[in-house]
Design a protein around this ligand. Structure first.
Ligand SMILES: Nc1ncnc2c1ncn2[C@@H]1O[C@H](COP(=O)(O)OP(=O)(O)OP(=O)(O)O)[C@@H](O)[C@H]1O
Ligand SMILES: [Mg+2]
Length: 323
């Protein structure tokens, strides 16, 4: 098996808040290899975007790394200079955001920006870069690329904007592509089209893809491995098949049971997991999911669960999970 391209090692990130340090990410460890797509799933507030911001070294101003790091190219990219981070970002690690508007400047045409995004590609003339931009727009399914180059972002539909943002991210042929909720802002039809596009792009992309979403179906369609996050921790990881077909952490089981795709009867209200995320300023001493878990014992409430290997490269952080 190839060496991981990207390795998140024991990463903890806290935000300064009025109540104290909010521990948004706690000892997260994960890796992505070349040619592999990994998914990161979990409810709102469990730390997915915090992790994404660390992967592209764009942490919020009030964020602080309290343990671990992100290893890429033999270095901890959270510890290198701002200048080196800027060089890595875009060129080696690129991001597709939930809101494609954030990828573009509203006062410049798409073409001007797609040319600018290639400023680190040496030996190419401006017209070469424009041609490369048009070819990439065509690759992501924009019907009239030349016309699109002359447009402003607000002149495109939501689906076209996301396609253009994907083209922008791919233009530098990054080794790692991170997508944070890439389809959440789109309607169902557009979402299906973007999933289809990402699947097609996977075929000829040799880098690592990291898809961050609360949409289990998206990960099921696209990813080889999945990491399930709860309250800032990775609580289960494994191949998408193993985790979806035999989830071992009660949180993963609940998440799958609540997935709209698994609800076949005509329930008027979608089920949700009862209870709320714990207070991340004072996280629980034992298992973070204990307060919402039907199987929790006193032991679960007082002692942090071990990382149990429940199958081949399949782990669950649960006292009740047996190897
Ligand atoms: N800049 C910030 N300052 C303080 N708290 C923050 C900041 N950014 C995020 N948080 C908090 O950190 C926790 C994790 O947030 P994060 O955005 O990483 O979650 P998420 O899984 O991406 O959620 P969603 O699915 O809603 O996007 C939440 O409690 C959130 O309120
Ligand atoms: Mg988020």
């Amino acid at each position: 098996m190839s060496e991981p391209l990207l390795k998140v090692d024991d990463l903890s990130i806290a935000y300064a808040s009025e109540e104290g340090a909010l521990q948004a990410l706690r000892h997260a460890t994960l890796e992505a290899r070349a040619g592999e797509a990994i998914g990161i799933v979990g409810e709102s507030g469990c730390g997915k975007s915090t992790l994404a911001s660390a992967l592209i070294t764009l942490l919020a101003r009030n964020a602080r790394v309290t343990s671990g790091g992100v290893r890429f190219g033999g270095k901890d990219i959270l510890a290198v200079s701002d200048e080196e981070q800027r060089r890595i970002r875009g060129r080696h690690i690129a991001m597709i955001f939930q809101d494609p508007m954030t990828s573009f400047n509203p006062v410049l045409t798409i073409g001007e920006q797609l040319v600018d995004f290639q400023d680190q590609r040496e030996g190419l003339s401006k017209s070469d870069k424009r041609r490369a931009a048009a070819a990439m727009l065509k690759r992501v399914g924009i019907p009239d690329p030349e016309r699109c180059l002359g447009r402003y972002v607000h002149e495109l539909s939501g689906g076209m904007r996301q396609r253009a943002a994907i083209a922008a991210a791919l233009l530098m042929a990054p080794q790692v592509l991170v997508a944070d909720e890439p389809t959440t802002a789109l309607d169902v039809t557009m979402e299906a089209q973007i999933i289809h596009l990402l699947r097609a792009l996977r075929q000829d992309y040799n880098g690592a893809i990291v898809i961050i979403t609360h949409h289990l179906g998206l990960v099921g369609e696209l990813c080889d491995r999945v990491y399930v996050m709860y309250a800032g921790e990775v609580v289960e990881e494994g191949s998408t098949d193993d985790v979806y077909h035999s989830p071992r952490h009660p949180y993963t089981q609940a998440l799958i049971a609540c997935d709209p795709a698994n609800i076949h009867d005509q329930t008027p209200v979608l089920p949700t997991i009862p209870g709320r995320l714990p207070d991340l300023v004072n996280p629980p001493q034992g298992c973070s999911f204990a307060a919402r878990c039907a199987r929790a014992t006193d032991h679960c409430r007082s002692v942090a669960p071990p990382h149990v290997e429940v199958g081949s490269r399949h782990f669950a952080r649960c006292h009740e999970a047996l190897p």
